[in-house]
Write a protein that binds this ligand. Structure first.
Ligand code: AMP
Length: 143
């Protein structure tokens, strides 16, 4: 099962913000959209980084509530690990687990085409394992 399959189910919308937007803007969007991370892109659409709820917590722990007025660019992770649509879900889960993060933007020809969370990936992986399990049971029963 590939990343493309997850995107077919969940859609390809990716919430993006500009590097100069504030952390306060971020928390409003994260809360309103009920998401844990968003992609930071320049006005021409080029990916600049990723910022998750963990970065917001860290910023406030370090600088207090004043951090909310700072630009996203101060706290985002600029070195973003991305996935391709034809990567397997297992490969993506492994990358997230090794990198200790829970979100992976998906790119095609350098353009952002979706985002996958660890929750999306685990849900699809479990469904695949269950399908394989019942196919195997059926095969054994009819053999
Ligand atoms: P998360 O587990 O996604 O909340 O993110 C934990 C930390 O990893 C935060 O500092 C994020 O900015 C960073 N992060 C999240 N996703 C990625 C990614 N795909 N590539 C690199 N860093 C990431």
């Amino acid at each position: 099962m590939t990343v493309a399959r997850i995107l077919r189910t969940k859609g390809r919308d990716v919430v993006t913000m500009l590097p100069h937007n504030s952390l306060r803007d971020v928390i409003d969007v994260l809360a309103a959209k009920r998401i844990g991370a968003l992609v930071i892109a320049s006005s021409d659409g080029k990916m600049q980084g990723i910022l998750s709820e963990r970065d917001v917590v860290r910023a406030i722990a370090l600088h207090g509530a004043d951090a909310l007025e700072d630009p996203i660019s101060h706290y985002m992770t600029a070195n973003v690990v991305t996935a391709e649509e034809d990567e397997t879900v297992l490969g993506v889960v492994t990358k997230m687990s090794n990198g200790r993060f829970r979100h992976m933007p998906v790119v095609k020809d350098g353009n952002l085409v979706g985002i996958v969370s660890i929750g999306d990936a685990i849900k699809h992986r479990l469904a695949q394992i269950e399908k394989e399990h019942s196919e195997l049971k059926e095969y054994i029963a009819t053999a």
